[in-house]
Design a protein around this ligand. Structure first.
Ligand SMILES: Nc1ccn([C@@H]2O[C@H](COP(=O)(O)OP(=O)(O)OP(=O)(O)O)[C@@H](O)[C@H]2O)c(=O)n1
Ligand SMILES: C[C@](O)(CO)[C@H](O)COP(=O)(O)O
Length: 250
């Protein structure tokens, strides 16, 4: 998986926090989403390999389902992972935000850049990971990979009577919208401050940094960094893996 011929990027060590404690309700009944198999390998292992494929990443912290830390440790031991990377497993919380916080709390000193990467985005290419790291090293306190939208987006109000159509109240200019992926990359102190300060419910870490008034920038995301959320996404993920196998024997 990792290409050890790739030169190691210079700079401070980078850690990746992988929130993997969700249940995967939208995927349907079964094991916690991160532990479900893609091409015979747990989604989480694909995500861990995607982070460890970057030669800049020296530590991966997996935030496991609270009742699944032993199982996750066993999985990490059972799968071939780069020896140059260290791994830690901690228990997650009730929301993604809390799970990420628990991952941050486990980071040792000496890590200056932190990636936060969904276990549910198992197929992000290493070039995207490295592009995020590079942008943080270039001085941005927060970096998100993102893609332009294919669909037009409408803003709605809740329906006045449940079950009836929702009124549309606006159409944001699509050219200025981006669909945001992970890994999101941060200056560690900035991200820790955001998690210590912001109490609103948010759906990504960068929006916490935005609330601090700090600069957040976008780098190009990748279509293979999509989030496995609903059953059709599993079909797409298997197809991407089959294409990779056909192309380069992955
Ligand atoms: N309490 C939680 C909830 C989510 N996550 C993680 O956050 C990532 C993105 O969340 P999402 O895709 O929404 O996963 P789930 O919360 O599992 O999905 P659902 O909302 O369908 O239950 C996933 O890797 C998930 O494991 C987490 O670590 N802790
Ligand atoms: C962090 C994220 O993947 C960026 O698109 C997304 O916001 C996670 O959202 P979810 O509510 O956990 O599905």
């Amino acid at each position: 998986m990792s290409d050890d011929s790739r030169p190691s990027p210079s700079g401070t060590p980078v850690a990746a926090v992988i929130p993997a404690a969700g249940r995967g309700v939208r995927l349907g009944p079964g094991a916690p989403k991160a532990l479900r198999a893609l091409n015979g390998t747990p989604m989480l292992i694909h995500a861990v390999r995607a982070m460890a494929a970057s030669r800049a990443v020296s530590l991966v912290v997996v935030v496991a389902p609270p009742d699944g830390t032993a199982e996750v440790k066993t999985l990490l031991d059972a799968h071939a992972l780069p020896e140059r990377t260290d791994f830690l497993v901690v228990a997650g919380g009730d929301s993604r935000q809390v799970s990420v916080k628990y991952g941050l709390d486990a980071l040792p000193p000496g890590i200056d850049i932190v990636l936060v990467h969904d276990a549910a985005r198992p197929l992000v290419p290493v070039d995207t990971v490295d592009a995020v790291i590079e942008a943080v090293r270039d001085g941005a306190p927060a970096v998100v990979p993102a893609l332009p939208l294919a669909d037009t987006v409408k803003q709605v109000e809740p329906a006045s009577v449940p079950g009836t159509p929702e009124p549309v109240v606006g159409t944001p200019e699509r050219a200025r919208l981006r669909a945001v992926q992970t890994p999101q990359g941060f200056d560690r102190d900035t991200l820790v401050r955001a998690h210590d300060t912001v109490t609103d419910d948010v759906t990504d870490d960068a929006s916490m940094v935005e609330r601090l008034g700090e600069r957040v920038v976008v780098v190009p995301g990748h279509e293979e960094a999509f989030k496995v959320t609903r059953p059709l996404d599993l079909v797409l993920a298997e197809a991407v893996l089959a294409r990779r196998r056909a192309n380069d024997g992955f």
